[in-house]
Write a protein that binds this ligand. Structure first.
Ligand code: HCR
Length: 389
C-alpha cells in the first residue's frame, strides 16, 4: 500500500498534478514530496530525447529509398524500432521503471552518435523549454543524409485506484531534405503496469498516427497483455495512402521483441525485425568539465552521484539547491519583466506545417498549445554552433 502511494505521489510530484490530487486523493498528499530510493532514477528526462535515434542507421535509412511508398514504410519501421528504447529500456537496465529527474528550465542534453560510412554523425539537441508544465523539445540532425527529427513533448497524468495513466502532449516531425518530405508523428498514451507486484513497467495504449506530406498514413494500434494476442507490448500497424482503406503493408508483433512486415493485408512477410538483436550506437557526450553549466550531467552531477550511492539526504539537499536557484531566477525574471531565453527553440502560435498535416490525425489542437508550440530555431542553432551547417 505504502509502495503504491509512494509511486503515485512521486508521479504526481513529477508531472505537477498536486492540486488535482489534493482534491481527489487526500491520503496521497502527505507523501507527494517524498521519494523512496527504490523508485528514483539518476537520469534526467532531457536525456530521453536520445531514444529516438539509438539506431542511427535505421534513422537515416528512409533517405536512401527512392520509392515514396517504400520510404513511408522505412519511416514506419524506424519509428517502431525506437519504442523498445523509449518505453522499456529503464525496466531492462534497472529492473523496473523509475522516476526520472525533473529537468529545470533551460536544461540541455547534447550529444553525438558517431557512425562510420554512409550513416555519419547524428547530433542530439534536447532542451527543457518549460518547467510548469514540464516540456522537453529536441532536434536530431544527420546532415550527411539530410534527415532531421524535431519535436517536443509533455505529459498529463491521471489516477484511479493505484493505476497511473499518462497522456503525451506534443508531436514529432521527421524531415527528409532530398525529397522535401515531412512526416508528422503523434505520441502514444501509456499506463504503468506491475505496480501491485512492485516492478512497474510501461504499457502503451491507443494509437500512433504517422502522416506524410507525400500522401501516406501509418496507424499503429497498441495492445497489452490480455488483449488480442495476450502478449505484453503488442501492436498492429498498417500503411495506406492517406484517405484510402487499401492496406499497402501490415506489421504486427511486439515492440520489445519481434515484429514482421507483410505486404498487403495478409501474412505475406517481406521482412522481420528483432528488437532484441538490434544493436544500439552509444551516444558520445562531452566530458563533464567541458560541458556547459546548463548541460544535464554537469548540472545534476552531485544529485546523480548521491542517488547512485543511495544517499537520500545529499540527494535532497543537492536537489533543493538547484530548485532554489531556479526559483530565484524566475523571481528575478518576473521583476525585470522578461522571460528565460531558450537556447535552441522558439515558441510559436502556429506551425503551418503542423496544422496542414495535423488535420489528418487525432492530435487535439488545444492540448498541443499547452505552454505553447515549440519549434527548432535554425538561426539560434547556427549562432550556437557556427561551424555546423
Ligand atoms: C511517464 C514517465 C515520464 C515520461 C516518459 C516519456 C513519456 C518521456 C518522453 C519519451 O520520449 C518517452 C517516455 C518514456 C517513459 O516511458 C515515460 C515515463 C515512464 C514513467 C515516468 C513517470 C513520471 C514516473 C512514474 C513513477 C515510476 C516509479 C513508475
Amino acid at each position: 500500500q505504502v509502495y503504491l502511494q509512494e509511486i503515485i505521489a512521486s508521479t504526481i510530484d513529477f508531472l505537477g498534478f498536486q492540486k488535482f490530487v489534493e482534491r481527489t486523493e487526500p491520503n496521497v498528499r502527505t507523501l507527494s514530496r517524498a521519494s523512496a530510493p527504490f523508485i528514483l532514477s539518476s537520469t534526467s528526462l532531457t536525456e530521453y530525447s536520445g531514444y529516438w535515434a539509438e539506431h542511427p542507421e535505421i534513422f537515416v535509412a528512409p533517405a536512401h529509398e527512392k520509392d515514396a511508398q517504400k520510404r513511408a514504410l522505412a519511416v514506419l519501421k524506424w519509428f517502431l524500432s525506437t519504442l523498445k528504447q523509449q518505453y522499456s529500456s529503464r525496466s531492462e537496465k534497472l529492473g523496473s521503471e523509475k522516476k526520472p529527474l525533473n529537468p529545470f528550465l533551460g536544461e540541455l542534453f547534447l550529444g553525438t552518435w558517431k557512425n562510420d560510412g554512409e550513416v555519419g554523425e547524428t547530433k542530439l539537441i534536447s532542451e527543457q523549454v518549460s518547467h510548469h508544465p514540464p516540456v522537453t523539445a529536441y532536434a536530431i540532425l544527420n546532415e550527411k543524409n539530410g534527415v532531421k527529427l524535431t519535436g517536443y513533448n509533455g505529459q498529463k497524468a491521471s489516477f484511479s485506484k493505484g493505476y497511473i495513466s499518462v497522456k503525451q502532449v506534443g508531436h514529432a516531425k521527421y524531415y527528409l531534405k532530398e525529397f522535401d518530405e515531412t512526416y508528422l508523428i503523434t505520441l502514444p498514451s501509456l499506463h504503468i503496469e506491475g505496480l501491485i507486484m512492485g516492478s512497474p513497467y510501461v504499457e502503451l495504449n491507443k494509437s500512433t498516427i504517422i502522416t506524410s506530406s507525400s500522401g501516406y498514413t501509418a496507424t499503429i494500434d497498441y495492445s497489452g497483455k490480455g488483449w488480442i494476442s495476450g502478449k505484453k507490448n503488442s501492436f498492429t500497424a498498417i500503411l495506406t495512402k492517406t484517405g484510402s482503406k487499401d492496406v499497402l503493408y501490415n506489421i504486427s508483433g511486439q515492440w520489445t521483441d519481434k515484429f514482421s512486415i507483410n505486404e498487403g493485408k495478409g501474412k505475406n512477410e517481406i521482412e522481420s525485425y528483432d528488437c532484441k538483436a538490434a544493436k544500439t550506437t552509444p551516444l558520445y557526450i562531452a566530458p563533464i568539465e567541458e560541458q556547459d553549466p546548463l548541460e544535464s550531467r554537469r548540472a545534476w552531477q552531485k544529485v546523480q552521484e548521491a542517488i547512485v550511492r543511495g544517499d537520500m539526504e545529499t540527494t535532497g539537499t543537492e536537489k533543493s539547491k538547484i530548485e532554489n536557484e531556479q526559483r530565484e531566477m524566475r523571481k528575478k525574471e518576473k521583476e525585470e519583466n522578461r522571460e528565460w531565453e531558450r537556447r535552441y527553440f522558439t515558441r510559436v502560435e502556429e506551425d503551418p506545417e503542423f496544422t496542414k498535416l495535423a488535420a489528418k490525425t487525432d492530435i487535439i489542437t488545444e492540448a498541443e498549445k499547452t505552454g505553447g508550440m515549440w519549434v527548432f530555431d535554425e538561426a539560434k542553432f547556427a549562432k550556437a554552433h557556427p561551424t555546423s551547417s
